[in-house]
Design a binder for this molecule. Structure first.
Ligand code: SF4
Ligand code: SF4
Length: 248
């Protein structure tokens, strides 16, 4: 038995893709679904399928990919209504008809391509999600050290690839402009944990204890269900809420 035969999980299916099409830059364009059919291949991801469609059926199809390995966060999309990464989603895990839409909340570039950068930049600027240090930089100073367990917790938050899946899944982020959502709260958690950040509890209270922050979140954890990096979002919320209560 050959290498591919041994691992062929697909049973020769013909896949039908229903893909959202719209170019906001083109005044003639109107939102609609286009249908494409291709043969499923072993271990085919949506990344591969969309490239086959673009190379063989419609070169104008817009979608984003960069790394193919769930690191760059570019290929978030709604897959049969659920946010997911295209590169990490195998067609063998889906029914024969696959409906793809762009992630909601973010600015639409065209078809499946969205600009998550605008949303993330605004969130970072609104929450000042960077290290606030009091001491002046000393180029000859020693490297600052922190306990391993703190570094490990910061690393857990830093694993966020800013794909936007959690924001697209969040009912509140879909209707409330400026809601920080899981990605925003996770990023705040990353700096609130960092011993080099000089902000105290009351300053963090101003950032997170609002309707846009931990007290707006209704805690149904759709974000946690879809995060492709399986970040401990629930744990981070609980920690931020405790910290906010401590300062109240
Ligand atoms: S728990 Fe629900 S409301 Fe809160 S950020 Fe996650 S998806 Fe949004
Ligand atoms: S928290 Fe998870 S789902 Fe949200 S942006 Fe980061 S990696 Fe993506």
């Amino acid at each position: 038995m050959g290498f591919l035969e041994e691992r062929d999980l697909t049973d020769g299916r013909r896949l039908k893709f229903e893909i959202f099409r719209f170019n906001p830059e083109d005044s003639e364009s109107a939102p609609h679904l286009d249908v494409f059919e291709i043969d499923e291949q072993p271990y085919m991801s949506l990344y591969i399928a969309l490239n086959v469609i673009r190379e063989t059926l419609d070169p104008s199809l817009m979608f984003d990919f960069a790394c193919r390995s769930a690191i760059c966060g570019s290929c978030g999309m709604l897959v049969n209504g659920r946010p997911a990464l295209g590169c990490k989603t195998l067609t063998s895990a889906l029914p024969e008809t696959i409906r793809l839409h762009p992630l909601p909340v973010f600015k639409l570039v065209g078809d499946l391509s969205v600009d998550t950068g605008v949303w993330f930049r605004e969130m970072v600027e609104n929450t000042e999600a960077w290290i606030h240090a009091q001491q002046a930089f000393d180029p000859d100073g020693q490297e600052e050290r922190m306990p391993d367990e703190v570094a490990q917790k910061i690393y857990e938050s830093d694993r966020c690839i800013e794909c936007g899946c959690c924001i697209a899944a969040c009912g509140l982020a879909n209707i409330e402009d400026g809601f920080l959502g899981a990605a925003g709260l996770n990023r705040i958690c990353r700096f609130a944990l960092d011993p080099r950040d000089s902000r105290d509890d009351s300053e963090w209270f101003e950032v997170v204890a609002t309707e846009r922050g931990v007290f707006g979140c209704i805690g149904l954890m759709a974000c946690d269900d879809v995060c492709p990096k399986e970040l401990p979002l629930l744990e981070h919320y609980a920690w931020l809420r405790r910290r906010a209560l401590r300062a109240s």
